[in-house]
Write a protein that binds this ligand. Structure first.
Ligand SMILES: C[S@@+](CC[C@H](N)C(=O)[O-])C[C@H]1O[C@@H](n2cnc3c(N)ncnc32)[C@H](O)[C@@H]1O
Length: 263
């Protein structure tokens, strides 16, 4: 199987040394599942100072990355047929698990990291997609790029020791993952829920589904969004839940008669 190539255009290639010490990523690098090829933007800078930035036309604070060095760096990268170019920008679409899953079927991602006040608007023409790590502003695209590389890599076959762990993870579908516990049974007076020690797999499965739903409701309420009651998976969980009559119904604010009320 050929390696997945991440080609990163950055002014701070040293920032990516971190990924050599990040468990899953290190393993993927060692097993040649991925290559992280760093393209130092400074090398493509202009003149004896290797200038990569300049003042914005029309005035304003800070410096803007010039288009020529970024285009030159971009053009120096060998493209594979299954390649996408992603521009790191707080103006982009906020990164979601489904994006990582979509990109994991490629074999190359070219990532362009901005710095300073960002980049000349003409750089946007290089991008297939614009990606934001979240609705806040960081000083550079390196941390978002590393998040993206990490998130895609752990979805690649052969990367995770236990790939089945991907199936029940948060954001894999609409639900967040249920609470997880490991030894010891009691820690600082906090006890592992009895049901997890019961050995009753059916009850444990039900309990986990209910907890997943509770966590999801809580988070969505915080975000002031309502959960998608028409979603097939949620409907199934609720109907299983109502059939099996698990104990925490009040806490969940589920009303058997009204079927499902999450307000
Ligand atoms: C200080 S930011 C520039 C922000 C720009 N002036 C604006 O208002 O849109 C510098 C660079 O950091 C990166 N960056 C900052 N926040 C980001 C975010 N939330 N997601 C992705 N990249 C981000 C981008 O590459 C951006 O070009």
């Amino acid at each position: 199987m050929s390696s997945f190539n991440f080609d990163v255009i950055t002014l701070f290639p040293k920032a990516f040394e971190l990924i050599n010490n990040l468990g899953v990523l290190t393993r993927a690098l060692d097993k040649n599942l991925i290559n992280v090829n760093l393209h130092d933007l400074r090398q493509y800078g202009e003149g004896s100072y290797r200038q990569v930035d300049d003042k914005p036309y029309g005035g304003g604070a800070g410096m803007v990355l010039k288009p020529e060095p970024i285009y030159k760096a971009y053009e120096s990268i060998k493209k594979s047929p299954k390649s996408k170019t992603l521009l790191m920008t707080p103006q982009g679409k906020v990164l979601m698990q489904e994006d990582l899953a979509r990109w994991s079927s490629l074999n190359q991602i070219i990532i362009i990291c901005g710095q300073y006040e960002g980049f000349d608007e003409r750089v946007r023409y290089l991008a297939d997609e614009e990606v934001s790590l979240g609705d806040y502003v960081l000083s550079g695209g390196e941390i978002p790029a590393m998040a993206l590389i990490n998130g895609v890599t752990r979805l690649l076959p052969g990367t995770l020791g236990a790939p089945e762990s991907l199936l029940e993870e948060s954001h894999q579908d609409v639900l967040l993952e249920y609470p997880q516990y490991t030894r010891p049974e009691v820690y600082k007076n906090m006890k592992v829920p009895e049901i997890l020690l019961s050995g009753n797999h059916k009850d444990i499965k039900n309990w986990r589904q209910v907890q997943s739903l509770k966590k999801t409701l809580k988070r969505n309420n915080l975000l002031n969004k309502s959960i998608d009651k028409e979603n097939k998976l949620i409907k199934k969980i609720i109907s299983d839940y109502l059939k099996n009559g698990m104990p925490n119904i009040d806490e969940l604010k589920l009303d058997k008669d009204k079927n499902f009320g999450c307000d």
